[in-house]
Design a protein around this ligand. Structure first.
Ligand SMILES: [Fe+2]
Length: 154
């Protein structure tokens, strides 16, 4: 896969995840009364597979290509490890969020509504930060190999 194809796939995956974040923010804004049970359940089922598919692409195609192109850039190597760890954290958070959304639809307890609102915001804010970092620091490495420095400013 060429760097430009990797870059295009990465951009598409990041946009899909941002769409997901937008839907989760809408849900958070409409809690608790303006939420349709069926759309909440189908959104709940969308979260983990969307993240997992994007993360698998990064870890099996993108990161190995970067390791190959920038093998002498130690800072980038540790950044990729951090991004991989964030994937793992976000996937684990995605499963908790899915379960919380399902129990919100089934129970609608006050405790459940409060924890769902908190979890939704924590989740999409974290995913957006991760995406912003990849857009700012990873995409330029694919599109312009001369820009080989990377800032770890998260
Ligand atoms: Fe990522």
């Amino acid at each position: 896969m060429s760097d430009i194809n990797i870059s295009n796939t990465l951009r598409a995956n990041l946009n899909t995840q941002l769409d997901l974040c937008r839907k989760l923010e809408d849900l958070a804004d409409n809690l608790p009364d303006d939420v349709d049970a069926q759309s909440c359940l189908s959104l709940a089922r969308e979260i983990y597979p969307t993240l997992k598919q994007a993360h698998e692409f990064e870890e099996t195609i993108l990161f190995p290509a970067l390791r190959n192109n920038y093998s002498d850039n130690e800072q980038l190597m540790s950044t990729l490890e951090r991004l991989r760890f964030e994937h793992w954290e976000d996937e684990s958070f995605a499963e908790e969020l899915r379960d919380c959304m399902i129990s919100f639809v089934n129970e609608r307890s006050a405790e459940c509504i409060n924890s769902l609102s908190y979890m939704l915001r924590g989740f999409f804010e974290g995913v957006r930060r991760h995406i912003a970092f990849e857009r700012e620091h990873i995409i330029p490495l694919l599109e312009n190999k001369s820009g080989s420095t990377i800032q770890d400013n998260q």
